[in-house]
Design a protein around this ligand. Sequence first.
Ligand code: FAD
Length: 463
Amino acid sequence: MSEQFDVIVIGSGPGGYVCAIRAAQLGMKVACVEKRATLGGTCLNIGCIPSKALLQSSEVFHETAHSLKDHGILVDGIKLDLDRMQDRKGEVVAANTKGVEFLFTKNKITWLKGAGRIVAAGKVDVAGTVHETKTIVIATGSDSVPLPGVTVDEKRIVTSTGALELDEVPGHLVIIGAGVIGLELGSVWGRLGAKVTVVEFLDRILPGTDTEIAKSFQRILAKQGFSFKLSTKVTGATQDDKGVSLTMEPVKGGAAETLRADVVLVAIGRRAYTEELGLAEVGVATDNRGRVITDAHFATNVPGIYAIGDVIAGPMLAHKAEDEGVALAELLAGQAGHVNYGVIPGIVYTWPEVASVGETEEGLKAAGIAYNIGKFPFTANGRARAMGATDGFVKILADKTTDRLLGAHIIGPDAGTLIAEIATAMEFGASAEDVARICHAHPTLSEAVKEAALAVEGRALHI
Ligand SMILES: Cc1cc2nc3c(=O)[nH]c(=O)nc-3n(C[C@H](O)[C@H](O)[C@H](O)COP(=O)(O)OP(=O)(O)OC[C@H]3O[C@@H](n4cnc5c(N)ncnc54)[C@H](O)[C@@H]3O)c2cc1C
């Protein structure tokens, strides 16, 4: 007879492992099923963490090669040791995945190793043993969306997983898809010396982001050497000994063209992953995009089965998955777990970074909400000048009548950290004036946030 659990979480990504920890903290007997050899899911193994390790290393390389002389630091003979860079990335990943293993031991969470399949409500099969539980949490995440006619081999035609593992810098990297993952990985290989071309079906980059920010970001990336082919549809790819020929045509019709690439990265999005989970057999409903359908409390249509993270609707972000994991564990314990979907920051970890929270201008217009805008450029921020990082600006959107903060969009140095102030203020229902009246230390980048808040009332001081 196998052990009886209170909760079995299937998948150990940021949704699953955080849900498991919070449930254990609340006194439940918890197991987490993971089929990968290490814990942490997409995020720790092949997503957020390895990409940020390579972004960091490539940024240091690029800065050393191109910017140190501006500071009066002359370095001769800079060489890239890509093997070491990749090894370092592996060390960073291992430290994080082992950290989750430690947290499981600390919280007395059982790791059930292998693929989990739901055989009935309350029963999960892992490697031939059926484990019993009061509650099942599906946290199986997502994988890359394939593109018809472009067959991935993870060597020359890669998803983000292969793009994180390249053992040489491609001469020409063509990225299909101008979303966050494509632009981050394009930055990594571009900084290390690749020519980068981004092919995008839509007429803009970063769909869903504030359009003004996306346009400005595209100009900055172009200055860094990115080429963009927007409104262009990739129709096929053929490989030979030397590389890949990509065929493409304008979305609106017109002459087809061929682009040669050493490596092609397919980054057109991610989709919910529920393979061999037994959902159809147990009757768990999914939507037309394969996502598990849940109610506001993460319950599926089958009693006792819940779902969180990338496998359900909403932004595919690690912190969204984590917050859902915490909220669900608290709801299962009879508490009032809750996620505020209106205040989930989204960051692009390029240089400069792009960070957003709350509404975009387009969203407010569509909803008929009147708003004021406050903007402040980093060219007028003393600290940004001292850093030599003046590209970008802060843009704050506030309700025209009440001045309540509705959203913020930042393109600039450390935007991902700066946006947290606005997220905090929004959670407290603050107005732009509230942020403007807070004393911000000088000289810091955060003064640009204060100035943008002042600019909502047309009274920025330093411009
Ligand atoms: C290259 C890249 C960079 C990213 N960067 C960021 C970033 O900077 N910030 C951010 O917020 N998000 C980022 N993301 C997105 C982020 O990784 C996901 O939103 C997050 O991992 C989702 O968490 P999750 O717990 O829902 O699922 P996942 O992290 O996908 O974990 C699901 C786990 O379930 C396991 N699993 C699946 N089926 C079974 C089964 N039947 N039995 C057992 N185990 C199973 C899988 O092996 C996997 O380990 C990035 C993604 C990629 C690909």
